[in-house]
Ligand binder design. Structure first.
Ligand code: FES
Length: 80
């Protein structure tokens, strides 16, 4: 897929923002507990707000849950 850039507003989730932009993504709970929306992070540092990842996985920052988690860095690059 070609690279696309989205701006996530404070009141919106990454998942909502991407869907509004036409990206079709799977989800289920949308509360950070099922893991369905887990997505690979290619660059940037996620701010994890889910209940799925272990502490080690959080520290690694290789994946994140798009329904609840946000970004600590100005930009995240995701493998969608
Ligand atoms: Fe369940 Fe995101 S949809 S963790």
């Amino acid at each position: 897929m070609r690279a696309r850039r989205f701006t996530v507003e404070p009141g919106a989730s990454i998942l909502e923002t991407l869907r509004a932009g036409g990206v079709d993504l799977p989800s289920s709970c949308e509360e950070g507990i099922c893991g369905t929306c887990e997505t690979r992070v290619l660059a940037g540092e996620p701010e994890h707000r889910d209940h799925v990842l272990t502490d080690d996985e959080r520290a690694a920052g290789a994946t994140m849950m798009l329904c609840v988690s946000r970004s600590r860095t100005p930009e995240l690059v995701l493998d969608l």
